[in-house]
Write a new protein. Structure first.
Length: 408
């Protein structure tokens, strides 16, 4: 009985470990000459491998509840325990993000591969799988270098199309399609956003901590306090990366998508009263001079433009209505989202193999018996913060345990 795994990424390597711990003959075929290439880039080289607060609500796709069973079987505490057992103690940083204490992604690769090699997982490198077929219940896997393998079970763990230089370039979707699976339209996720117009360009380089909201068709759908950064194409920073999946999905549905930024950490009424007060004693200033020190200098022109106030006017000329409007805009500086920066900038891919065709508790294909699909290749995308690696591990565990159970 032999299991083949296509792809030595986080999910493929983890599945191979669970299978070998259960004495199942396992071969991993990888196109690169090394395993887990993408991991080195994760968490800015520190590998944010899970999160303290994992829930199915952190996962998105057409089937909102698909992740429940797999996450329950192998949750964040089990991921931490696994890492502790291979010598990696965890450290928790902001927003529940869990990293190795070394803050080195390479530790994750080294320790996981050390265990996989100790368990005698067979790794076949420099072999790009370009054809899979199933004859008489046996999977036949062909590589572009002419190599050919036969397996009783096959796990497809080819990743998405994010970060192509790591080896995941979307070819796995074609392999799954040829096996009868359908693909939910893909787009990048955890990605910078483009904004409409060009007024933001003057603020390029302006970075500040702020509460920001994602507004879809006039309704707030998400809110977060973190760094926001304006760039020459639009907007970036942890908040924006977090909003991006939902923002792009809404844009694709034809909805109106805006980012609203609260540029001053002060209650709106208090802000209004403060503006009235400083105007009364700074009556000699121009309006553009009034806001210096209250908000980042680079935002002033945009705030006044959105409040429809002439920056050159004297503050004493402002009506109460205008001051009210000014404080509203300072608290809700709005920008319309135009799309995502580009395909290459996305950390993950949203969309992928349809979860309608995968058993949520085993990751087994509902179309081809003994075929398993795990990791980012499927139509599941997690929030930014360790949720995607958690998914790679949880889905891999479900698949491996399902094969182990079948063989008992
Ligand atoms: C810059 C960046 C930072 C990230 N940071 C984080 C983070 O901090 N925390 C987090 O949770 N997530 C993070 N992610 C996302 C996370 O890395 C992925 O969700 C996760 O690695 C997906 O694992 P996977 O096993 O599904 O796919 P991958 O890790 O992409 O592995 C797929 C493997 O399959 C191989 N392969 C593909 N096709 C074939 C083929 N036909 N034949 C043979 N081999 C093939 C590829 O070479 C690759 O090695 C980040 C992603 C990026 C790009």
């Amino acid at each position: 009985m032999k299991v083949g795994i296509i792809g030595a990424g986080a999910s493929g390597v983890f599945a191979s470990i669970i299978l070998r711990q259960n004495y199942i003959d396992t071969t991993v075929i990888e196109r690169n000459s090394i395993a887990m290439k993408k991991i080195y880039a994760t968490g800015n080289g520190r590998c944010n491998f899970t999160n303290r607060n994992v829930s199915y609500k952190n996962y998105h796709g057409e089937n909102k509840k698909f992740s429940i069973s797999a996450i329950k079987k192998f949750d964040n505490y089990k991921v931490i325990e696994f890492f502790n057992d291979i010598g990696i103690l965890e450290v928790e940083l902001e927003n529940g993000k869990i990293f190795p204490k070394s803050l080195q992604a390479s530790s994750v690769v080294k320790q996981m591969m050390c265990l996989a090699n100790h368990l005698e997982v067979e790794f076949i490198y420099d072999s790009f799988v370009n054809e899979i077929s199933k004859n008489d219940g046996i999977f036949e896997v062909r590589c572009d270098n002419g190599k050919f393998y036969k397996f009783d079970y096959l796990i497809v763990a080819c990743g998405s199309r994010a970060y192509k230089k790591s080896g995941s370039d979307g070819n796995g979707y074609l392999l799954c399609q040829k096996l009868g699976h359908s693909i939910v339209k893909t787009h990048p996720g955890i990605v910078q956003l483009k904004l409409k117009g060009d007024s933001f360009k003057k603020m390029s380089g302006c970075k500040f901590k702020a509460n920001a909201k994602l507004i879809v068709d006039g309704k707030k759908v998400s809110e977060m306090y973190h760094d926001v950064l304006f760039t020459d194409y639009g907007i970036s920073g942890p908040t924006i990366l977090q909003f991006s999946g939902e923002a792009i999905r809404a844009k694709n549905r034809g909805q109106d998508v805006k980012i609203s930024i609260d540029t001053v950490d002060l209650d709106e009424n208090k802000l209004y009263e403060y503006l009235i007060y400083i105007i009364s004693i700074n009556y000699y200033k121009k309006i553009k001079e009034l806001l210096v020190g209250l908000v980042n200098d680079m935002l002033i022109n945009e705030i006044l433009s959105q409040a429809k106030i002439d920056p050159e006017k004297n503050v004493s000329e402002l009506s109460k209505n205008q001051i009210n409007n000014l404080s509203r805009v300072i608290k809700n500086l709005e920008f319309e989202v135009d799309g995502y920066k580009d395909e290459e900038s996305g950390q993950i891919t949203c969309g992928g193999v349809s979860t309608d065709e995968i058993n949520p508790s085993t990751m087994e294909s509902k179309i081809v018996e003994n075929l398993y699909i795990i990791g980012e290749i499927m139509d599941i995308d997690g929030d930014c913060g360790g949720y995607n690696l958690q998914w790679a591990f949880s889905s891999a565990y479900s698949a491996a345990i399902s094969i182990v159970k079948k063989e008992k």
